[in-house]
Ligand binder design. Structure first.
Ligand code: F6R
Length: 606
């Protein structure tokens, strides 16, 4: 999730406004940044790796001349964070500059094609493909808008783009597909950015670009077209009465809620994994004598879910292990044939890194799944794969969890295919189910929120909460417990439902709140037995189950229904009511859901 920004000013220079806008967007991503302006018929660029203030101090970006410019703050997805990969990217003739937020899915195919046409690539980014592709069309048309449209019709993936050219130095061409892009109309100046915070200090009159639209922004205003057929679109500006803080949260009261709502998009981005790296990881997983899946907290829960996916779909037995226990438990058994897939959103969790360092010294193969390119995990892994979630600001992991699961499910599918363990029809069905996930996630968020809000009233005074489930329902229960406990501070336990009768059932008494996760799968019948055990002891039972599962719903004091989903993908959907429950419980108890006490986003102490 990078941040893009562009502006045209009537009087004065664009560069200081761009640098200020970048500062306001820095929270969206911050490994490198840059700006490009047009002056004297030339594109001028300054960009580097690091924080905006550091780059500004080193390069004095704000001193670039010119009334028009574009800017970018980067959260790397393709190519390491360094000066060459930083945006803006130029075409070979330095007449077109591009900034981009999103992922170009077919960039390798396009890159190969352009290289055959002797286009020279200097960076490892997917964005540079767009610059060359537009340049290629521009050589034919001589018109920047027509060239952009022709180029974008060949591009698959997500993007918000701002493009300037020496050929039309009075305009910024904009385009949007699945990544946000908002135009600001000020007095004597116009702006376009990934979010309004970039320009809110200057104007609150905005126009939102929609998916599949391109725009031409000049000092006279914005003209919008549909990319498909170049039909004109008329849209009136709206006035936002937001503070900068509200703008950062896109109007949501907290980052945690915004990030829960981001999930349809972040799950979609997680479906855009880089195939060559996924294949490499699958190759290593398949070769290991034993495979450990390592993570801490929520990332450990992703590992646990992956172990079910790998065994059920690909018939590969893996060992999910809490990172801080790995060396003590398995250290002596680690050797050259050991493969470890470490899952860490930040890529910096010291418990995980310590275990990996130990394993590396014993020649084990270390693989990584992370959200942060350039993190220690990416540096020490033999191969790594990115989840493409962008920064998560709420301390509790929400969107990064569902994205991790989405990537792991794709690895499980590839592994199954490689090992010849699934039929073509199963592969096709699973692919369809993956494809439908963003839609299911979106439906779930909308449909469960009212129910969960009233549930939070009921549960907010509970002294203790018990979460139970079987199979992947158990994994979801573990993550539910963690979310609820860390945001609401209500002491909670989570167990496989079958385990409760081996001891923990002794804490169940009249009105004790017990929360079950029961997808409609093979474990459902036994889970129903466990519900009966709890009810017999007077527990108040809440069940998160499948919409329309009336047999289960009738057993519950409170029932939250979610849409039907493939069992192996169920935690991605079933966790959503719990994320919302944790959020609303925190509010009911007067707590700040974004900053739970005693916790840090990245845990770098042992
Ligand atoms: C819980 C949470 C933590 C992290 C854990 C690992 O909401 O955020 O449990 O999951 O600290 O962090 P990463 O994934 O960065 O290794």
């Amino acid at each position: 999730m990078c941040g893009i920004f562009g502006c045209i000013v009537g009087d004065g220079r664009a560069a200081p406004i761009l640098v200020r806008g970048l500062k306001m967007l820095e929270y969206r991503g911050y490994d490198s940044a840059g700006i490009a302006t047009i002056d004297g018929g030339k594109i001028l660029v300054k960009k580097d790796v690091g924080k905006i203030d550091e780059i500004e101090e080193r390069l004095l970006m704000s001193e670039l001349p010119g009334k028009i410019g574009i800017a970018h703050t980067r959260w790397a997805t393709h190519g390491a964070p360094n000066a060459v990969n930083a945006h803006p990217h130029l075409d070979m003739h330095s007449r077109i500059a591009v900034v981009h937020n999103g992922i170009i899915e077919n960039y390798l195919e396009l890159k190969r094609e352009l290289m055959e046409l002797r286009y020279n690539f200097v960076s490892k980014t997917d964005t540079e493909v767009v610059a060359h592709l537009i340049s290629h069309s521009f050589s034919k048309h001589g018109d920047l808008l027509a060239a952009t449209v022709e180029a974008l019709r060949r591009v698959r993936g997500s993007y918000s783009l701002a493009i300037i050219s020496t050929a039309s130095p009075d305009r910024i061409i904009l385009a949007r597909r699945e990544s946000p892009l908002i135009v600001g109309l000020g007095d004597g100046a116009v702006f376009a950015a990934s979010d309004v915070s970039a320009f809110l200090e200057r104007t609150n009159r905005v126009v939102y670009l929609e998916d599949g639209e391109v725009g031409v922004l000049t000092l006279n205003g914005l003209t919008i077209y549909k990319l498909d057929n170049m039909e004109g679109v008329s849209r009136k500006p709206v006035t936002l009465n937001w503070s900068i803080e509200a703008a950062h949260k896109a109007g949501f009261p907290h980052f945690t809620l915004k990030e829960i709502y981001d999930q349809p998009l972040t799950v979609r981005e997680a479906l855009r994994i880089q195939e060559q790296y996924a294949d490499l990881i699958v190759e290593f997983l398949d070769r290991g004598r034993e495979v450990f899946l390592l993570g801490a907290g929520t990332s450990y829960h992703a590992c646990l879910a992956a172990s079910y996916m790998f065994s059920k779909l690909a018939r590969l037995v893996t060992y999910p292990v809490v990172a801080s226990e790995f060396v003590e438990n398995f250290g002596n058994a680690v050797g050259i044939d050991t493969v470890i897939l470490a899952v860490s959103q930040s890529g910096e969790t010291i418990d995980t890194l310590n275990a990996l360092e130990y394993a590396r010294l014993r020649a084990a193969t270390v693989l990584g799944l992370t959200n942060v390119v350039g993190s220690t995990l990416t540096r020490i892994s033999r191969a790594y794969i990115l989840q493409n979630t962008g920064p998560e600001i709420g301390v509790a992991a929400t969107k990064t969890f569902t994205a991790q699961l989405t990537v792991l499910a794709q690895l499980a599918l590839r592994l199954a295919r490689k090992r010849g363990k699934v039929s073509q029809s199963e592969i096709d069905r699973f692919k369809d189910d993956l494809h439908n996930l963003p839609q299911l996630v979106s439906e779930t968020i909308k449909s469960v929120e009212p129910e969960v809000k009233s549930l939070s009233d009921v549960l907010s005074q509970a002294k203790v909460l018990v979460f139970l489930g079987r199979g992947l329902g158990y994994v979801t229960s573990l993550e539910a417990r963690l979310k609820v406990m860390e945001l609401s501070y209500i002491p909670s336990i989570a167990l496989p439902a079958g385990e409760s009768k081996h001891g923990p059932i002794s804490i169940v008494e009249e009105d004790r709140n017990v929360v079950f996760t029961i997808p409609r799968d093979e474990t459902r019948k036994l889970a129903i037995n466990n519900v009966m055990e709890m009810k017999a002891r007077g527990a108040k039972v809440t069940i998160v189950g499948e919409d329309g599962d009336s047999e289960v719903a009738e057993l519950a004091d409170h029932f939250v229904g979610v849409p039907k989903v493939n069992y192996l993908l169920s935690p991605i959907v079933y966790v959503i009511p719990y994320q919302l429950l944790a959020y609303y419980l925190a509010l009911r108890r007067g707590l700040d859901p974004d900053k739970p006490r005693n916790l840090a986003k990245s845990v770098t102490v042992l």
